[in-house]
Design a binder for this molecule. Structure first.
Ligand code: BT5
Length: 252
């Protein structure tokens, strides 16, 4: 990508006008691709969230996936979602908007979702072959044709800043910041990255309800672990570790 001086992330960029999902496209080429290859598409026809949920991806947004081949254990893969959340939130704050990370994989502005992250991986017996970090950002796209419920809970950078954003610059900034975060990830204790996550997130201290495919847990979010799990203290005083799920803040 011209103007990008990264040594790793985005040295190779594959651009589509339309694709099913940049995560799918990245998966199709991951094995033979260089570490740090980025796949971007103007439109995604079948953008995906977690657990097969649809991710609406019209023209004007930023839909990209980063292929990385980290030397980390399977248990630490969700740390890359944390890196991506920090990256996007920092860049948005640099643009002057009050972005916050909502555990586990959202970035919100004024309580509305502006970005979602989908991290997927391929591994064989504890050994990670590659990780795909998918980042979707509502930038200049319209959300007028989203369902009413989705419209209520979503926002775009254009809406929040009052003007269209320069998407090429924004993508470059995100890839550069992600590279910095990734270098830090490889050279510093993860606790320093978690400290930054805690600073940028508004989840800790909140009363949350988390739905997982098998259960629902409510309580106060009191900590995040080194693997990105949330520790929730329930009303009975017992704390539970939750790996992932749909997290809602209670209206209380
Ligand atoms: C996510 O899942 O938030 C992860 C989204 C990741 C999207 C990127 S785009 C590039 C790459 N390629 C892909 O195919 N995916 C990644 P989850 O937490 O499960 O949230 C999904 C939910 O967000 C949906 O069920 C909707 O309620 C809502 N949603 C869908 N599209 C949205 C949008 N454009 N903006 C805000 N919310 C949306």
């Amino acid at each position: 990508m011209s103007g990008l001086e990264n040594r790793l992330i985005g040295r190779s960029v594959i651009y589509y006008d339309e694709v099913d999902s940049t995560n799918n496209a990245a998966k199709r080429i991951a094995r033979e691709s260089d570490d740090g290859t980025v796949v971007i598409s103007r439109i995604q026809k079948s953008g995906r969230g977690r657990l097969g949920r649809p991710w609406i991806s019209p023209d004007g947004g930023i839909w990209l996936s980063i292929i990385i081949k980290p030397k980390i254990s399977l248990a630490h893969a969700s740390r890359l979602t944390i890196l991506a959340g920090i990256t996007v939130t920092k860049i948005m704050r640099d643009m002057g908007v009050d972005a916050v990370i909502k555990w586990p994989n959202d970035v919100l502005i004024n309580k509305k979702k502006v970005c979602g992250i989908l991290t997927e991986l391929n591994a064989e017996i504890e050994q990670i072959e590659y990780v795909i970090v998918g980042i979707g950002i509502n930038a200049n796209n319209e959300i007028g044709d989203f369902t009413e419920e989705l419209r209520k809970n979503s926002t775009t950078l254009k809406q929040e800043t009052g003007k269209p954003v320069n998407r090429v610059e924004l993508v470059q900034d995100i890839l550069s910041e992600f590279e910095q975060q990734y270098i830090r990830f490889n050279t510093q204790p993860f606790s320093s990255i978690l400290d930054e996550w805690i600073e940028l997130s508004d989840t800790l201290g909140k009363h949350v309800t988390i739905m997982t495919p098998t259960r629902m847990i409510s309580g106060k979010a009191i900590a995040i672990t080194e693997n990105g799990s949330l520790i929730v203290r329930k009303a009975d005083g017992i704390s539970e570790e939750v790996i992932g799920g749909r997290c809602m803040y209670e209206i209380s």
